[in-house]
Ligand binder design. Sequence first.
Ligand code: ADP
Ligand code: MG
Length: 300
Amino acid sequence: AIKNLSSLKKLSVLGHGNNGTTVYKVHHKKNQSFYALKVLRFNHNALEISHQAKLEAEILKRVDSPYIVRCHAVFDNTCCDSHEDGGDLRFVMEYMEGGSLHDVLRQHKGGLPEEVISVLAKRVLQGLNYLHGMHIVHRDIKPSNLLVNEKGEVKIADFGVSHVVEGRFDEACDSNVGTCAYMSPERVDPERWDGEYADGFAGDVWSVGMVMLECFLGYFPLMSDEGQKLDWATLMCAICFSEKVEMPEKASLEFKHFVQRCLEKDWRKRATITELLDHPFVNRKWCTSSEGLVNYLLHG
Ligand code: ADP
Ligand code: MG
């Protein structure tokens, strides 16, 4: 167990987040192992953020699954009495050597082969199945929050905007933090949907569809005709009102069907995690060996 932070030596920065978050690669001498240290800093008036951060800590402490990045220790150094500095929260997490799926996609500009995507998709679905079973909606499934380790395993990370369901849709969707690009129509525009009985779980399914389509294409699926990034308003309109997202011609029928079931605009008709876990796309027998997959994800 890791009892104090002084036993950890900072080696490098692995990532930066929106709200003053930094993730470091650290070394624990006695354990002879590497960890990722996520530090969330607060200033004294960032109450809202610190509430969400405490929830992130609670979720990390509670989850225990091979499909979710493990958290070994949480150090709470927040202080409410100080006027300048609100302190910080620190999470000691398992170090994922391969970086995020965002990094992987940067190395594979032409996209990933379907056999790799199939394995990725299955793991992400298993992770979400676990989380949803614990009434946790992740709400921020996107490439930079899916991490790869040296075994080529993919795990869900970053519970920074997650929510624990109490049963009401608007409570589950009342905050507008996080990236909008992977957000489902009912989260972008809750008014349009009779959200009374929605729990937000279907929003995670939508994001899985977007991410897997991005993996296939090698770029974010909703772009302008000239291949440029859309501005925020156009992007939100595309998510809510446009025709169905176009499927790549050269993809297999199984892949196209899988993605279309995720990107069903009406959340009530969208596939459930259970349906997707039974889908032929994630249950095909691929000839690629698991070493082949690891090589693909880690070494290009
Ligand atoms: P934020 O809430 O700021 O988005 P994340 O938890 O998503 O924070 O971490 C930001 C980035 O840091 C990730 O996209 C990834 O590149 C890197 N990172 C985070 N956790 C780890 C980890 N356990 N191992 C390796 N890299 C990590
Ligand atoms: Mg993140």
